[in-house]
Design a protein around this ligand. Sequence first.
Ligand code: NAD
Length: 287
Amino acid sequence: MTARLLEGKFFAAKLREEAGQRAAKLKEKYGITPGLAVIIVGENPASQVYVRNKHKACTELGFYSEAVELPETTSRSELLAEIQRLNNDDKIHGILVQLPLPKALQPYESEVLEAIDPLKDVDGFHPVNVGRLVTGQNALIPCTPHGCIRMLELADIPMEGANAVVIGRSNIVGKPMLHLLLGKNATVTICHSRTRNLAEIVRQADIVVAAVGKPKFVTADMIKPGATVIDVGINRIAPKKLVGDVDFEAVKEVAGAITPVPGGVGLLTIAMLMQNTVAAAELQLTK
Ligand code: NAD
């Protein structure tokens, strides 16, 4: 059996289209153009690529976009002041601080993320948004897991009553994924580095979400025939070779549906950032 391929390109296009339609409504009804500010501190080359891609996505949808490039030597108080300036700027509806921060600023990461107005927190990392997600309220939700759940919906993968297993418990992917699946009435188990009998638990799953950061971590013998396998992992195994956490070639022969890497979940993240920017602008209207 060969699994149905859940291609990121197809779902990302749908999600961007939705973002564009919601933005057009905001423009028509209230004269608002969604605006995103991305703060980048220092010169991490991977972060620079991500920031350029975010700017490009904004431009394509006609959003206002501001890249705030700060030097490596930026102090904690300078960074906090920049966030305050953007919190008070009406053109900006979404603020994102590109991580990782340079070493000297890393001890202040939580303080920096909490300085962002929760209504402008398009990464969904602020404790107010985390709390709202956990309690089932309208929240700005981290883009990658948000993209995964929207893809499952758009692909008509049944979630209600399904056994879902999330591998990985990070604040960015694993934990929000748990709450999103729970919100869809799945029965959710979360596995992590201390889980016993992981393979046995994963074998019970109708939906597997892998967010571990280890190539070929999920093997074919762990997969129930027909299960849906979402691979969030991005692992660079050679200068130009990216792979996920799932042994794709073997697992696709067992699974019912599977996301490839590259070309899967990675493409959804920026599309969801565009949706979160629109959602933030909509939320700010009501406050
Ligand atoms: P992380 O390192 O913060 O978390 C990894 C998780 O895996 C941890 O919770 C840990 O408990 C678990 N883990 C580690 N070893 C394990 C083991 N042997 N058995 C079971 N669980 C184990 O990583 P993250 O930020 O959640 O990212 C996970 C992966 O997803 C990475 O490859 C990352 O690059 C990728 N990622 C992709 C996107 C995207 O846009 N597609 C976004 C974020 C992260």
